[in-house]
Write a protein that binds this ligand. Structure first.
Ligand code: SF4
Length: 335
């Protein structure tokens, strides 16, 4: 069993997260007229901002790139043709409840419907998490499917955020995965190292190291969009992961008014690689209802990547991709 010593610390941080639009607006000293639209949009997708993340936002600055990621605004209610609830076709690839299978050799498990932060551009903001299995018994068909399919070499934990599971639950999950001989890698897609960095504590690291000793290599894929997100506590969490021998990759979403400049993307890549994190993907925005105001034209994205290529070593330039439902892999937008 893992040590549970620090479990309460991150759970306290999670409990203290801001969930009320009024509190968000007053703590950041924002104009009161933003409250009504924030309330209206939060009705569709609630506010959720951990204090650690809030502290990285400059008060009263409406252009703060972190604020724009978490503040609900009126534009989320606009109807824009071409934007839909399930833009990436998740619901068409549900192999069994709790498990999506889009690509060869990999299976994605929706182990948590909760997140520690609500990113307003979220590609799963309309996902019916309530339909996914909850009890251990309801998860059994997933384990049976995985056991029976020896082509699956990699399990991806997603959601929601898989690191919001308790240590005990996460430990059980690791044990189940380690018991499937053909599964060689566990990829964890989580924004927690960035938005709730005290989630990375000794007990979790022990579980991941044990998994690697059992023959299943854990990989952590974090999600940072702007260099300002990488505060000192985030750096500490990332260093702990790397020191424990867990490779860390980053994926970002190209977001209008947030990271759509060469200088921002360069600063982000440099901060990541200087820490030892590989910039993996720059995603073109998934065209999900309520997120159109974040979209950057593909032509501009291509130009940004071309500029990055002239300024950074190849390993520091993320792959610029879009997810097209039905395709057997992410589609490169660089042709
Ligand atoms: S952390 Fe990921 S899944 Fe959760 S709201 Fe943000 S983008 Fe969506």
């Amino acid at each position: 069993m893992p040590t549970l010593l620090s479990e309460t610390t991150w759970q306290k941080s999670l409990a203290q997260a801001i969930r009320d639009p009024q509190e968000l607006i007053s703590r950041l000293n924002l104009p009161e007229e933003l409250l009504e639209p924030a309330r209206k949009s939060a009705h569709l997708f609630p506010v959720m901002v951990p204090i650690s993340y809030l502290n990285r936002i400059e008060p009263a600055n409406l252009n703060d790139p972190l604020l724009k990621q978490i503040l609900p605004i009126d534009l989320e209610n606009a109807f824009v043709p071409g934007f839909e609830a399930d833009a990436v076709g998740d619901l068409n690839v549900r192999a069994t409840p709790g498990m999506l299978q889009k690509y060869h050799g990999r299976a994605l498990l929706m182990v948590s419907g909760a997140c520690a932060i609500h990113c307003r551009y979220c590609f799963r903001r309309h996902y019916p998490y309530g339909d996914e299995p909850r009890t251990l018994q309801e998860w059994e068909p997933v384990w049976q499917t995985l056991q029976a399919d020896s082509t699956i070499q990699e399990i991806i934990l997603s959601g929601g955020d898989p690191l919001l599971l308790t240590d005990l639950r996460f430990h059980d999950l690791c044990e189940r995965i380690a018991a499937i001989p053909h599964v060689k890698r566990l990829r964890i897609h989580s924004r927690l190292p960035v938005v709730l960095p005290d989630r990375i504590h000794a007990g979790l690291l022990e579980m991941l190291q044990r998994l690697s000793e059992q023959g299943t290599m854990p990989w952590m894929v974090i999600h940072v969009n702007h260099p300002n997100e990488i505060a000192a506590d985030v750096e500490h969490a990332i260093r702990q992961l790397l020191q424990a021998g867990i490779p860390v990759l980053n994926q970002s979403v190209l977001l209008k008014g947030i990271n759509d400049t060469t200088e921002t993307l360069i600063a982000l890549s440099e901060k990541l690689v200087n820490l030892g994190v590989l910039p993996y993907y720059l995603h073109q925005l998934d065209r999900v209802t309520g997120t159109a105001h974040f979209e950057v034209p593909e032509a501009q994205g291509r130009k940004l990547i071309e500029e990055l290529r002239t300024r950074l070593p190849g390993y520091a330039v993320p792959q610029y991709v879009r997810e097209i439902p039905g395709e057997p892999h992410k589609t490169s937008l660089l042709g």
